[in-house]
Design a protein around this ligand. Structure first.
Ligand code: NG1
Ligand code: ZN
Length: 529
């Protein structure tokens, strides 16, 4: 390590005095003006991580659904997964080291993580459309450069596109080509194959309105459109040319407020969806003839995909083990439908995509979705090999056809991380193949009324939880109070947990009516204060 160069470059990216940040569930995320030194240092860390695992590492500059003024950064591990938990701690240490401690912090990390400083390093960089992202990604590049790493800057990409590139690169092209064309070609080819087998549906069924949250999704969908077959007619709204990113629109806004985004003119019974700011989440919805808004969230997406995959497995006579992974925020009706009607095992894990992803890896087919619309499907290597083999060699026509559909699903799904573009195509293909309208999809089960609140407390860390965050262990007495409140209502459930991305405590409640869900959430919030 050239310590003079490090000193010189780090002085260009000084750490504001007294600022400490933490690498949380979504990496670092805060006001963009506080992040320059963090970006430089994450460039350094990406080089160290790349050397430690002898693979290409990804680094994405984005703050997803946060306001435009914010920004953030997260690292992507070799197979496109989130950064390994053991390195989150190093990320926090490096971000918070004072300028004069930087070199010794790097040396300490190299020792602890057995990093050979002489090895090659390779980093892929991506960024979202925030005004601050370009400059911040330049600071990342300074960090990579000063430690002698190689990099490829993909510029403007969705978060899942960057995850995909990293995975392609480290699997020597087995997962696909590490280019945007490679991504578009792989997905559109699988989609075209799938859609071919659908009986032609009415003109109105072809249309999908997409709220792009004024973010990167609009840009990337426009690039992809020429690759897509005519069977899906997408209309883009909130493309970022007029309004601010995530402002009164996007998947998070729609899910939290349970109302349509601004800037999308929705007619009764039209199928609509919203991406979030970096296009890794998707939420569907429609308005019925009476003007009532219907939200189709991540739980309903997981259910639709599970129904479809289960039918295919049955048709193909396959005994692959499938499971659904959810968090405590999943609507109780979805869990009940999956377990009792569909007879698919459901597992509940802690909030945060990495927890869902890890659990889903335990099965032949693991479907995971957060209620907020972040999710994907994982196929084990063995399952994938078997499906591809059957698609080629199976003698029985029906079984072979089922395997072929599954094979195309594998290619259409971005298995590295939740991907709004890929998930949208998966959903559109399933609806077309099953001949389902958005209303029929919505009617598979009825959501229990629910309410999500957030409150600010002096120190949110006084709340500690267990049982996939469904039970509070501290402060003493809190869980007993919640239990007593829950008992007052029918079909009720409530829990509290400290947020991993904001300085708030989140409260979730479900009950038989909206009034009761609201009342329960409110009463639980009073118990937290
Ligand atoms: P926190 O702030 O820890 O609740 C939120 C979302 C998560 C996940 C992360 C990362 C809710 C209730 N929580 O986490 O599901 O998406 O952000 O973006 O939606
Ligand atoms: Zn996002």
């Amino acid at each position: 390590m050239d310590s003079e160069a490090l000193k010189k470059y780090s002085s260009l990216h000084p750490k504001p005095a007294g600022l400490t940040l933490q690498y949380g569930t979504a990496g670092f995320r805060t006001k963009a003006e506080q992040l320059d030194h963090v970006m430089f240092r994450m460039g350094l860390l990406a080089v160290l991580r790349s050397r430690a695992v002898a693979s290409t590492i990804g680094i994405m500059v984005t703050a997803s659904h946060n306001p435009e003024e914010d920004n953030g950064v997260k690292l992507v591990d070799p197979l496109g997964e989130m950064l390994h938990a053991s390195w989150e701690e190093y990320a926090t240490q490096l971000a918070n080291a004072e300028d004069h401690e930087l070199q010794q912090t790097i040396t300490a990390i190299c020792q602890k993580a057995a990093v050979n400083q002489h090895k090659d390093a390779s980093v892929f960089i991506g960024r979202d459309t925030r005004p601050s992202s370009k400059k911040l990604s330049q600071s990342v590049i300074d960090g990579i450069f000063v430690l002698g790493g190689q990099y490829h800057d993909y510029g403007l990409v969705t978060t899942p596109q960057l995850h995909y590139m990293v995975c392609c690169q480290n699997t020597q092209g087995q997962y696909g080509k590490a280019t945007l064309e490679g991504y578009y070609e792989k997905l559109s080819k699988a989609f075209t194959e799938l859609i071919k087998q659908s009986s032609s549906s009415g003109e109105s069924q072809k249309h999908l309105k997409i709220d792009c949250a004024n973010g990167i999704g609009a840009l990337k969908l426009s690039e992809m459109e020429p690759y897509l077959p005519k069977e899906v007619l997408i209309q883009l709204y909130n493309d970022g040319t007029k309004e601010k990113l995530n402002h009164l629109c996007g998947a998070d806004f729609v899910k939290v407020h349970q109302k349509p985004p601004r800037g999308l003119d929705m007619k009764p019974n039209e199928r609509c969806c919203s991406f979030d700011g970096d296009a890794d989440r998707i939420i569907y919805y429609y308005q019925d003839a009476t003007g009532l808004f219907h939200l189709i969230d991540g739980d309903k997406i997981a259910t639709l995909i599970s129904i479809f995959l289960k039918e295919l497995l049955a048709k193909g006579g396959q005994t692959l083990k499938m499971a659904v992974v959810q968090t405590a925020y999943a609507n109780g009706s979805s869990t009940r439908y999956l377990e009792e009607t569909l007879k698919v095992p459901v597992h509940c894990v802690k909030t945060g995509v990495k927890h869902l992803h890890h659990k889903a890896q335990e099965f032949d087919i693991g479907v995971y979705f957060e209620a907020n619309g972040h999710g994907t499907v994982l196929f084990s290597k063995a399952a994938e090999t078997k499906i591809r083999q059957l698609a080629k060699e199976e003698k029985d026509n029906e079984k072979r056809e089922a395997a072929k559909v599954l094979e195309n699903m594998i290619d259409l799904i971005n298995q590295t991380v939740g991907d709004a573009v890929s998930d949208m195509l998966v959903i559109e293909a399933i609806l077309a193949l099953k001949g389902l309208t958005v209303q029929q999809w919505d009617a598979i089960y009825t959501d229990l009324p629910n309410r999500l609140l957030k409150i600010q407390v002096a120190d949110r860390r006084v709340i500690d939880t267990t049982d996939a965050e469904r039970q509070a262990v501290t402060p003493p007495g809190l869980q007993e109070k919640i239990d007593a409140l829950v008992k007052k209502y029918k079909l009720s459930r409530a829990f509290v947990r400290p947020s991993g991305t904001e300085d708030v405590v989140r409260i979730y409640a479900e009950a038989d009516t909206q009034e009761n869900a609201d009342a329960l959430a409110h009463e639980v919030s009073l118990a937290v204060y």
